[in-house]
Design a protein around this ligand. Structure first.
Ligand code: AP5
Length: 222
């Protein structure tokens, strides 16, 4: 029988590198990447009522209310592709109430990755971040520059990526992170996210391989 799919959560302060690592994990392990921030930005782009409300909170660096986020993420997690291939949940849960909503559905991760990054580094990462609206790829002017002039010319910046807004986003993160960690104590894997992208991925890759091996062993012995 096919082994149980892998379920991973990734957390860390704003601009700690969650999206960047998710791209690499997705490529190697084929998990479905579900980003709460991306789902919200898609609602904004589609001009829905939820998108309009969400943007008001995102502009202030605050958490979007549960009545918008919880249904949105739970719905995505329960779709067949995520159920069959396993998932990689990025930026969710971000509060005790969101974690509790997942617990109520019996949804728990095999591994909870925590990217640990110092504050000066976070600010530099936010200010230099750029996005390619065509491919969705994340760049950084200094650490991960675009491959050519054509891509460089079309890069955009997120509306909440200013030094002033990152400070508000960081404050929200600090207020909530401990409560979320307390729910996942037994599966937390803390990584030094200050290191270069490939080094951070090498650490995550090691941890994921061992989760996978353990799962295969348990599945074949049951
Ligand atoms: P969200 O979109 O999730 O933003 P965030 O948590 O602030 O995280 P980011 O996307 O900014 O950063 P990241 O960690 O993915 O870093 P990245 O890989 O891009 O949320 C936005 C807003 O939506 C929230 O403020 C909130 O309002 C709302 N929201 C979201 N989830 C919610 C929830 N659960 N509940 C309620 N509201 C919610 O990297 C950053 C930059 O650094 C890039 O330029 C990258 O190239 C570079 N970089 C990455 N890694 C490295 C490295 N190792 N070395 C050098 N550079 C690197």
């Amino acid at each position: 029988a096919k082994p149980e799919p892998v379920k991973i959560m990734i957390s860390g302060a704003p601009a700690s590198g969650k999206g960047t690592q998710c791209e690499l994990i997705k490529k190697k392990y084929g998990l479905v990447h579900i980003s709460a921030g991306d789902l919200l930005r898609a609602e904004i782009a589609a001009g829905t009522e939820n998108g309009k409300r969400a943007k008001e909170y995102m502009e202030k660096g605050m958490l979007v209310p549960d009545e918008i986020v919880v249904m949105m993420v739970n719905g995505r997690l329960l779709q067949p592709d995520a159920q069959e291939n396993g998932w990689l949940l990025d930026g969710y849960p971000r509060s005790l109430s969101q974690a509790a909503a997942l617990e109520d559905l019996g949804i728990r991760p095999d591994l909870f990755i925590l990217l640990d990054v110092s504050e000066e580094v976070l600010i530099e990462r936010v200010v230099g971040r750029r996005l390619d609206p065509v491919t969705g790829k994340i760049y950084h002017l200094k650490y991960s520059p675009p491959e050519n002039e054509e891509i460089a010319a079309r890069l955009t910046q997120r509306f909440d990526d200013t030094e002033e807004k990152i400070k508000l986003r960081l404050k929200t993160h600090r207020q909530n992170v401990e409560a979320v960690l307390s729910i996942y104590k037994d599966v937390i894997f803390k990584v030094n996210g200050d290191a270069p992208i490939e080094d951070v991925f090498a650490e995550i890759d090691k941890a994921l391989s061992s989760v996978l091996e353990k799962k295969l062993r348990t599945d074949s012995s049951s």
